[in-house]
Design a protein around this ligand. Sequence first.
Ligand code: SF4
Length: 301
Amino acid sequence: MQTASSFYKSIFGSKTYKISLDAGCSCPTRDGSLSYGGCSFCGQRGSGDFTPEKSLSIPDQVEAARLLVDSKFRKSPRKYIAYFQSFTNTYGNLRLLEEKWRQALSCPGVVGLALGTRPDCISEECLKLLSTLCDQGYFVQVELGFQSSDEETAAFFNRAYKNDVYFDAVYRLHRANAKIHVVTHVLFGLPVKAGGIESPEQMLASVKAVCQAKSDGIKIANLYVLKNTPLEELYKKGAFRSLDFEEYMQLLQEALKILPPSMVIHRLSGDPPRALLLAPAWCSKKKVLVNAIKELLKAFD
Ligand code: SF4
């Protein structure tokens, strides 16, 4: 088991930061191709709450995001991974997407690409392009929003694809090029149709599924409720509660026991925009959370 920070250092030889970008994509659960409204927890900016405005050109977004990172961290030299985070970044005109990816890759200090996407939005043509980018020496990371291996939970939050689509996507990405680094997102504390949230067994089963799929990396976060999302309404009705801090830490501890040594841990907490956060309040206390996670990881060193 290793953290993303040490994983990137082993590849790039120095501290590497992800900078969030917005390619102006949509999502099939928002534009009516599969449904409307999106995943119940997804904010208005499609999980890209910290990205620069999409009206900016990609080089200008890279510059703005890079300046933000540089103002927060002193360590140098720095390298950057262009993280196309908002909405579904392999959904749309592939030629236009390629143009944006290459614009980002040609910016100073940018050594690779990370694409947030859905497993059902990765065409064969897209796989070929990702493989070509790897062969041209670029680091390529594909992040799949999976969240839960429980089909009922997934249907309830409007994921709109089945588990086998996820398993197949991980397999196809690896088959296209073994260098593609696949990261899977999992959420703890998702609501279930009958009321309440998933059981610890259901949440840990999702982590086991990610290992079974042979994802190279994982991101785990607690579900948080944002304003102006379908989840807000459900939460305000009292249909579910959010996980408390101790409970989440306990779940993380159990999850870490499941992960194989080769799994790269990219995140173990969510990062909600404060102005939009309804619950739980504890997940905006970044320092407390980061320290608790550091302590937790020490036990697995
Ligand atoms: S698939 Fe991703 S971008 Fe689309 S609604 Fe769900 S979380 Fe948001």
